[in-house]
Ligand binder design. Structure first.
Ligand SMILES: [Zn+2]
Length: 419
């Protein structure tokens, strides 16, 4: 049977939700949720999840960078690995579901495999990543990049706000810092990586759908752009003799918004920070710095929007006779979800009477890093009001039940296809 019994689906998904609440109590901050990489809360969380994995019939281990693993061992001597998971770390003052729910749904899926005595021709591996958010050290996706063999030895020297290096923190956690490479996965052993995650946006809610199948994880580029004009007295400098850097930035910001609105495939562009110098009421701003964050589903779309934005800034500075400077601060390429896994998830949704539209992910995820070593697929759950990274982040109980049912159907389809 490819469909999960409704009673079991409700029972196991309710337990996943109640466990999200339990993990939300393991926090570094008073009155809110914070779990950073290599903290004692990270360790306590791994131990708790490890106990639940054991209860679900899994063998468990923690890898060399601090990811938590559980496995339903296959009897097949040539078994490959199907990995399902997400992350267990959080941003400061987080919600209870971002990342966490994806891990706990995978644990419930494993518990169902044990309960229903399903024999899988592959190992079912559940992973709880140790650092997706990158809140402690100035780098993200540490756990998943280690699995992809992309842990950089330079990271060991990175320090947190208290001056503690990653190397020191790993040692205090009980890890061997120079052993990071032993976490790397062997591509020939892998079938795929699946991740269920809250959408963190308003799209599924706007179309009244519980679940969505992710097509791609958006590429992102970030830059700091400076406009250089002339400072001058606000009372004595006539309007036609001014070189106002802030007015130029303002014109540019509005043009960025318009260009992104006109883009074809849901590209987005945001100016989230701006600083005018010298920053006085009675002085024309001589220099203005602004941030730019631009995201798209694929490189050509990103480049096309970027090229329009560049043309716009060049036109504005020429007309206003100013100079500008453009510094890149971050560039990550878009990652496609595997076409076959998209179809597998879609057919599992349809089998469970869910329409489940295809949609891209505007936010980054561990799956981006894992895509280097195996095919990836992601299933999104509706985010009420699109809220995430906030205490009022939520999920609808029935959506979680549907997500578990769909993952179950996808697992059985994968099993049948692998036999
Ligand atoms: Zn997340």
């Amino acid at each position: 049977m490819e469909l999960l019994n409704n009673t079991l689906a409700a029972k196991y998904s309710e337990r996943a939700l109640s466990r999200c609440k339990i993990l939300s109590e393991i926090s570094e901050m008073e009155g809110g949720i914070l779990r950073q990489y290599l903290s004692k809360e990270h360790k306590a969380c791994n131990l708790t999840v490890s106990d639940w994995m054991t209860e679900a019939g899994m063998t468990t281990w923690q890898d060399s960078v601090g990811n938590q693993w559980g496995r339903i061992v296959s009897a097949n001597p040539n078994a490959k690995r199907l990995i399902i998971g997400s992350h267990l770390d959080t941003v400061p003052n987080a919600g209870a579901y971002d990342g966490i729910l994806g891990v706990l749904l995978a644990v419930e899926l494993a518990a169902l495999v044990t309960e229903l005595q399903i024999e899988l021709p592959f190992h079912l591996d559940v992973v709880g990543f140790c650092d997706e958010e990158g809140t402690r050290f100035a780098t993200t996706l540490i756990g998943s990049k280690a699995l992809a063999g992309e842990f950089s030895p330079d990271w060991l020297a990175l320090t947190d706000v208290n001056g503690v290096s990653m190397e020191q923190a790993m040692t205090e956690f009980g890890l061997t810092p120079n052993d990071y490479s032993s976490s790397a996965l062997k591509p020939e052993e892998l079938i795929a990586y699946w991740e269920a995650h809250i959408e963190q946006g308003p799209v599924l809610e706007s179309v009244d759908q519980a679940l969505g199948v992710v097509t791609a994880i958006a590429g992102a580029k970030r830059a700091i752009i400076s406009f250089i004009g002339h400072s001058g007295h606000a009372g004595t400098t006539p309007m036609h003799l001014r070189k106002d850097s802030l007015a130029a930035a303002a014109e540019f910001i509005v043009s960025i918004e318009q260009l992104a609105k006109n883009s074809k495939n849901g590209e987005v562009a945001t100016v989230g920070q701006i600083e005018a110098k010298p920053g006085a009421t009675n002085v024309i701003p001589g220099k203005t710095l602004m941030s730019l964050d631009i995201r798209a589903q694929n490189a050509p779309d990103l480049d096309a929007l970027l090229s329009d934005i560049r043309s716009s800034v060049e036109k504005i500075v020429e007309e206003r006779n100013l100079a500008f400077d453009w510094q890149w601060t971050h560039q990550a390429g878009a990652v496609d979800c595997d076409e076959e896994i998209q179809q597998l998830f879609k057919s599992a949704c349809v089998a469970n009477s869910e329409d489940s539209p295809f949609l891209p992910s505007g936010a980054g995820h561990d799956a981006m890093a894992i895509a280097k070593v195996c095919p990836i697929g992601m299933l999104f759950l509706r985010s009420p009001k699109g809220i995430s990274h906030h205490p009022s982040e939520s999920v609808i109980d029935g959506d979680v039940t549907k997500a578990l049912s769909v993952l179950y159907t996808a697992l059985i389809k994968q099993k049948n296809a692998s036999l």
